[in-house]
Design a protein around this ligand. Sequence first.
Ligand code: ADP
Length: 440
Amino acid sequence: MAKPLIVARDLSIIYNKGKSNEFKALQGVNTDIFEGEYIILFGPSGCGKSTLMYSIQGSLPPGEGTLLIKGDDVYSYPPSERVYFQRHVMGIIFQSFNLIGSLSVLDNVALPMIFCDADRTTRERRAQSLLDRFGVGHVSHKIPAMLSGGQQQRVSVARSMVNDPKILLADEPTGNLDSISTQQVMDKIDEINTFDRRTIIMVSHNAAHLSYAHRVYYLRDGRIVREVVNPQRKQIKPVREGETIVTELEQLARLFPYDSVETLRVKSLVNYLTQDYSFDQIIKLERATSLFIQGKIDRASYIKSLILPTERGGVQIDEKEARRMANISEKMIKNADDIRRFRARKDNNDIFFSQHILAERMQEHLLQTYRIKLDKKQASNMTEVIADRVTGVIEEEELNQRLMKSVRSHGLGLSEKEADDLTRYFEKIIAQGVDVNYKN
Ligand code: ADP
């Protein structure tokens, strides 16, 4: 059986040992990380993710327990050997890039090779080829400050790879990046794992990244509280006989990364009690719906992907239900568009006009959907309520109350059931209408 590349046993890391401010940042951590794995250390700020990563990197000696890399205790190495280990076995990417401002991009990447035997030309050639690979070759002569954040991070990805390390450590590498640059950097790191077969250990508190990893270690208060296997990736860590790799809890943990095991068990049971779909179907439905929301597939393809059997990537629901879902989604997206337009123009002079038009359109849609008839006074009150909710003057609870209040008190006088249905539906449309990037 393959041996793990990194082994931690009862590892504790203590800051300021023996001083009055002594602090145990990691307690009794056990991990086995195998060559070629992509591991994410996940959890809220201050839970010990970076501490674990820097202890693997050779900078924080264990206070208790052991840490072995390739069977070796790197903390027993003489200083020169430890530096060699940190330079050649480990590559590292930081949240704040850590590039040297006075050096060109090319020199930044070539710098870690300075202690190798390679001559300057060889060093520069290797640096340039890595910069080319990560899409920043054309800016190699510039200084870092002239590059965007995303470009600077891709330069540090190139730098981390220059000595061909076995293990790549990444400390919240996309924490300072916008969504597009984040995607580019995550794709490059993924490529280093899947194509170059390097082991990746990434610190993150972004749940959207979890799907890249083979396994995710969830940390809280200096302990690993859960380990979750990604059912979407073929596992490298050998599975012990009788051990189930993927249970529903793992899938659930991906949907609700911050929930405890107890909460996930409750969700599992409540899902069974209330819904006809498995979590696998829900994940596939989410994927198809995401493409539909983004306009990447049309209505016909959306319906097709809902009907297709799960083994072919579909959601496997019957055609009538698929059409019903597509109708609802389409209507919601269309109406949410009005909200987005309205929000984007909120600061313009025609605010009253926009608000009015928006409220009228929403009203028409809601009344059609719920087949409710309103008289003139109710209709004008509804315009006001809708405008107040969309602009954030009132919250969900008050919207619901106002729908039930008498017409004389500026309400609509709807029954509790009508008000609840309308509130729920309207809140869904508002959620779809939130798009910070929308400009028109
Ligand atoms: P995370 O990466 O999950 O945000 P860290 O590993 O950076 O968490 O920190 C874990 C805990 O250890 C925090 O409470 C932090 O305040 C503390 N800590 C981190 N570095 C030091 C240090 N050099 N000295 C003392 N305490 C530290």
